[in-house]
Design a protein around this ligand. Structure first.
Ligand SMILES: [Zn+2]
Length: 523
């Protein structure tokens, strides 16, 4: 869609124009300081900015750099909207275009990353890429900081819970308008290499500020970038250069291990390759990783196993909510061989006593694999998954049941399977409203609550249970803490639902029986 471009600056008071010109020069100073923009690129960038704003000469920068978002970017974009350089709807696109002009080029970032990697090591290099990603506003930290986060402490394993407020929910009118916009099919998806420098549209994020690092995984061309959503510390994504669907094969293990050899301070994991148990994007092969801060990593072994086939590999089931096998060893080939045997066996393994059926008219068994390095050992976690549905469980037999959908309905991907929950932003308002019901001393109007257009109707059963249990005269603080407890235990139950072998004596025996089928026995 063409942007309206009117040159109306001459009619503006001269002081306003002077101030905006000074902010543009200040933005370049910001980029020199925070994005390592060189002096020469600084001169170049300032001229590109002047052209974007239809100015023919600059002003001196401000003596001090104001707040990045509210003092620098917002007034510049406000000016651009007011003067027809962009529209209010396209503010974010304009802001990203502007930041793209002062962010060092892709080639420059790759060169600096490689140099830092060889001189100062991989952790310093990834820190550099993270810094660029945050300071260019590719990662919008001001938005991310709006998220509400807490830790749920449980003896069976702590969980991290985030209510995701950084993605504002769209109004119905916006959704309808966006649906009516033409789709070009370029780039093919949000992960394709062609996003690099892409202007974006109202339906596709602007990516002039994304910077990626090419890498070879399993001798294939991949690249890594930071996730703009930051679901945990230094959340990175490794993406295949070609647009092809997610697939879990032996090669997945090779790629994950190649990555963790290069970046031993990070983990890397793949979502499963089937719907319900996979991530939200199944169409483009990609993995997710970052700092090893996800709760599953701190869990001990539940039972130790061994196999004569791979004597150097320590094999354990993990003391965690779902069914995890952990392989640890110094000899990479042996860890890979064990992973191969487990995956191959699991793909066709059925145990009807546990409702695990490998295939109906389609395959159901897969794994969520995650690799890390610990003290020079290769560590591979394999979370066993099954996505079968039946009449009683239309959403999935190993998926949260309907009574939990008010909290989480979407597929449980690898980040959540490891104990980091990302819950929808709508919950902030809804949970506050429920806290009010529990503390205002009156009998709630159950009839209106159950009406479909009431945003609390999806919580109806939970509200009835909580009112029965706690009454409606709690203090505001008590009410909030009861609701948080409720969310926390729901997250626990959600993870338990995803366990193909339940954490019962019978379930764990069945787990052992599966391992025995691959000649892995109790140590
Ligand atoms: Zn793609």
């Amino acid at each position: 869609m063409p942007r309206t471009k009117k040159i109306v600056t001459e009619s503006l008071p001269e002081t306003d124009v002077k101030q905006i010109k000074a902010l543009l020069s200040t933005l370049v100073e910001y980029a020199k300081k925070k994005l390592y923009l060189s002096r020469y690129d600084g001169v170049y960038a300032l001229n590109r900015l002047l052209s974007l704003f239809r100015f023919d000469s600059p002003e001196e920068p401000l003596p001090d750099i104001p707040d990045f978002q509210t003092g620098l970017l917002d007034p510049l974009v406000d000016y651009a909207v007011k003067n027809g350089l962009t529209t209010d709807e396209e503010r974010l696109l304009f802001e990203t275009e502007m930041m793209g002009l002062v962010t060092p080029s892709e080639g420059e970032v790759i060169a600096r990353f490689d140099q830092t990697c060889s001189m100062e090591g991989a952790p310093r290099a990834t820190q550099y890429l993270n810094e660029i990603s945050v300071n260019s506003n590719y990662i919008r930290m001001a938005d991310i900081n709006k998220n509400i986060r807490w830790t749920a402490n449980f003896p069976e394993g702590n969980l991290c819970v985030t209510i995701n407020l950084s993605k504002p929910e769209k109004s119905n009118a916006e959704v309808a308008r966006q649906k009516s916009l033409p789709q070009t099919g370029y780039p093919k998806c949000m992960l394709c290499l062609e996003n690099l420098g892409f202007r974006g549209s109202l339906t596709h994020p602007a990516r002039e500020t994304i910077r990626i690092i090419p890498l070879f995984l399993n001798d294939e061309a991949w690249f890594m970038q930071f996730s703009p959503y930051v679901y945990f510390d230094e959340h990175v994504i490794a993406v295949s250069e070609t647009h092809h669907p997610m697939q879990i094969t032996d090669e997945t293990f090779v790629r994950l291990m190649d990555f963790t050899e290069m970046f031993p301070h990070y983990f890397l994991g793949s979502n499963a390759d089937l719907p319900i148990v996979g991530g939200s994007i199944l169409s483009h092969e990609h993995y997710q990783g970052g700092k090893k801060v996800l709760p599953m990593f701190s869990r001990p072994a539940r039972k130790n196993f061994a196999s004569k086939k791979y004597p150097s590999v320590s094999i354990a089931t993990l003391d965690w909510y779902n069914s995890v096998i952990r392989l640890t060893g110094r000899i990479r080939d042996e860890v890979q061989a064990a992973a191969h045997d487990i995956l191959a066996a699991w793909r066709s393994y059925s145990d009807e006593s546990q409702h695990v059926i490998a295939k109906t008219d389609q395959p159901h068994n897969t794994v969520t694999p995650i690799a890390t390095m610990e003290n020079d050992n290769y560590v591979l976690y394999m979370i066993l998954r099954n996505n079968r549905t039946d009449e009683l469980h239309p959403y999935g037999i190993f998926h949260p049941t309907e009574d939990m959908h008010n909290i989480k309905k979407e597929g449980i991907g690898l980040i959540e399977a490891m104990g980091t929950f990302i819950l929808p932003g709508r919950l902030q308002k809804e949970l506050s409203a429920i806290a009010k019901i529990l503390s205002d001393g009156n009998t709630p109007d159950f009839r209106s609550l159950s009406e479909e257009n009431n945003p609390l109707s999806k919580h109806f059963d939970m509200i009835i249970q909580m009112v029965n249990e706690f009454g409606t005269s709690l203090s505001t603080k008590e009410a909030r803490s009861k609701i948080i407890d409720r969310v926390n235990t729901t997250c626990q139950k959600i993870l338990e639902c995803t366990a193909v072998f339940k954490n019962t004596e019978d379930g764990q025996k069945a787990f052992e029986k599966f391992l025995n089928s691959v000649e892995i026995t109790l140590a």
